[in-house]
Ligand binder design. Structure first.
Ligand SMILES: [Zn+2]
Length: 139
């Protein structure tokens, strides 16, 4: 078939690649379920970019499987609060961090990472939290 031509296979449902392209264009708001959401993210982990079904970016001997990852672990696991994450990112970050819709960490959601921090960082956290509230946001 000539490039740019299309073959009508069925009138029952649109070609999946058309749906995925439309979802990528529309973004998260167009997603009706987790499969749609994965399409928005090009079937890649929002955090590390590993592609579903392909060897994992950092562990080449493992295939990437995408899971529902919380953006904010303190909120319900709804489609609005989910990003696709590979098994590794989902396990490593657990419910300890808050993510934005790009898969970047934007806040700490549990004490676990703080307790693992260096003594210097713990002292800095303690110093800031025991100072006046407006100092909490100072650099
Ligand atoms: Zn990942």
């Amino acid at each position: 078939m000539k490039p740019g031509w299309h073959l009508l296979v069925t009138t029952e449902s649109p070609k999946p690649t058309y749906i995925y392209k439309a979802l990528k264009r529309i973004g998260r708001v167009g997603a009706q379920d987790f499969e749609d959401l994965k399409a928005v993210y090009d079937f890649r982990c929002a955090t590390c970019g590993s592609e579903e079904g392909k060897p994992h970016r950092f562990e080449r001997d493992k295939k990437t499987v995408l899971h529902r990852g919380h953006m904010n672990p303190e909120s319900r696991m709804t489609l609005e609060n989910i990003i696709p994450q590979c098994e590794m990112c989902n396990a490593v970050y657990s419910d300890d961090f808050v993510f934005d819709d790009k898969g970047r960490t934007i806040a700490v959601a549990s004490l676990r990472p703080v307790l693992k921090a260096s003594k210097r960082l713990k002292e800095e956290i303690l110093r800031r939290l025991s100072s006046s509230p407006e100092d909490h946001f100072a650099d």
